[in-house]
Structure formats: structure tokens, C-alpha cells
Design a protein around this ligand. Structure first.
Ligand SMILES: [Zn+2]
Length: 64
């Protein structure tokens, strides 16, 4: 089931998945409310693919 989009938190800058069935979710890192306006990739992905993409994006932004 492909039903996740990629959003970016406007407060902490981290990427996260957002289920297309829900209009909002809370950022798991800073608690800010994420809405569909924060979606940066409108494609729909499966849970497996979206978690991989989100991890790669966050690794790129938050290099250790
Ligand atoms: Zn955040």
C-alpha cells in the first residue's frame, strides 16, 4: 500500500513521512504540528520505501 508522502518540519528541518489519509501529524523530533502544506514530495510511497527515503534525507541534512 503506497500511502505516505514526505514532509519537512518547518521548525527543526527534519524530514518525516505523513500518511495521506491524515491532514496533520506531530513532528516526532520537536512536537510541531505538520500539515499537508509541509509536504515536500507529493508522490505516494509504501511504508518501507518512505522510511528509507526519509532516513536518507535526514542523513544528508544532519551529517554527523
Ligand atoms: Zn520538528
Amino acid at each position: 500500500m503506497s500511502r505516505y508522502r514526505i514532509a519537512r518540519c518547518p521548525r527543526c528541518g527534519r524530514f518525516l513521512s505523513i500518511d495521506y489519509r491524515y491532514r496533520t501529524r506531530r513532528c516526532p523530533y520537536c512536537g510541531r504540528r505538520i500539515t499537508t502544506e509541509d509536504v515536500v514530495d507529493g508522490n505516494l510511497y509504501s511504508a518501507e520505501v518512505v522510511s528509507l527515503k526519509v532516513r536518507r534525507l535526514n542523513e544528508r541534512v544532519f551529517k554527523k
